[in-house]
Design a protein around this ligand. Structure first.
Ligand code: HMG
Ligand code: MG
Length: 297
């Protein structure tokens, strides 16, 4: 067993992965307030929106206006999903400085999610990433369904490595490894993420766990022991993918911060202030959020 890392970077995806899965549509100024609360809580990477087709994810159809309304907190990197050149043009127009392209390790999911096969998506991303880098934006990549696909079942580690490698080849600076339907266990993380570590630098791989089976925090602990240092999470445990049946909330940011604090690992995030952000969005949504830590006094 390796020693645990001293520092971890959290990528907060609540405003995007979280709100994309809610039936309620939050007004743009309230989203901006939520994002500001997250920034002041010490989250330095916040994924705020998606420049996808507005009919496909109506909850995030205000991406262009939202980015313009953000009151930027110093030293925070704001990012948004971009699936194609049209999305990139909207992103550039909005003024956002970091984008994320997203594909999958299973064909069926990718087709249902972005209407492209895996290789087709890489071909579509190539000019998008080239242009984004030329414009001075930075680019993250996502691979979904890295452990289990809701349509095809278990996914091989070799396939995940192929797709992650293709994204790195395009010039993304980091690849997020998605357990889209929250089905992975620590054993799967050891196998698949361990295989990735043999081929890519660990500090360029993020772990993106959903919590459908309550395994997310166990998977984080497994990944920490393997040396991973970047984790995606969502305030309150909001989240899911509308095109992945059975996908529930992301790993909750509070639960992650609690674990890191208790292990003595620095994230720069204030647990109290994240809770404040989560209470805020829970009030706007009119429902309790799944985070365990949020339920404590
Ligand atoms: P398509 O229908 O194949 O697109 O959709 P198209 O290129 O054929 O264009 C059709 C029409 O859409 C055209 O308009 C385009 O202009 C328009 P028309 O000429 O008919 O009037 N269009 C757009 N409009 C606005 N913004 C755009 C855009 N692109 C085309 N960017 C597309 C392809 C990818 C756009 C669509 O399938 C889509 O929007 N999908 C949404 C996918 C999504 O957001 N899924 C959830 C996020 S992924 C996730 O949650 C997983 C993750 O968290 C990791 C994990 O957990 O695993 C990241
Ligand atoms: Mg996700």
């Amino acid at each position: 067993m390796r020693s645990l890392p001293k520092n971890v970077r959290i990528v907060e995806v609540g405003p995007r992965d979280g709100l994309q899965n809610e039936s309620a549509i939050i007004p743009t100024p309230k989203k901006a307030e939520f994002i500001q609360l997250l920034g002041t809580a010490g989250l330095q990477d916040i994924e705020v929106a998606s420049f996808v087709h507005p009919n496909r994810v109506p909850q995030l159809a205000d991406a262009d206006e939202l980015v313009r309304q953000l009151e930027l907190v110093p030293n925070v990197r704001y990012s948004a999903l971009v699936p194609n050149m049209k999305g990139l043009e909207r992103a550039i127009q909005s003024g956002i400085r970091r984008i994320a392209v997203f594909t999958a390790a299973s064909e069926t999911f990718n087709k249902k999610n972005i209407n492209m096969g895996i290789q087709e998506s890489i071909d579509v991303f190539k000019p998008v990433v080239d242009r984004a880098l030329k414009e001075g934006l930075s680019v993250r990549g996502y691979v979904s369904t890295c452990f289990v696909c809701p349509y095809e079942g278990p996914v091989t580690k070799e396939k995940v490595a192929d797709v992650a490698g293709a994204l790195f080849q395009l010039g993304v600076d980091e690849v997020s490894i998605g357990d889209t339907i929250g089905a992975a266990t620590p054993r799967d993380v050891e196998t698949t993420s361990g295989y990735l570590l043999q081929q890519f630098a660990g500090h360029k791989l993020a772990m993106h766990f959903h919590d459908t089976y309550g395994m997310a925090i166990a998977n984080v602990y497994q990944a920490l022991q393997m040396g991973f240092m970047i984790f995606d999470s969502s305030a309150g445990g909001l989240g899911g993918c509308p095109y992945a049946p059975g996908a529930s909330g992301n790993l909750a940011t509070e639960d992650l911060v609690y674990l890191l604090d208790r292990l003595g690992i620095k994230s720069g995030v204030s647990l109290d202030l994240v809770r404040r952000a989560s209470y805020f969005i829970a009030r706007e949504l009119g429902r309790d959020l799944p985070s365990r830590v949020l339920k404590t006094a």
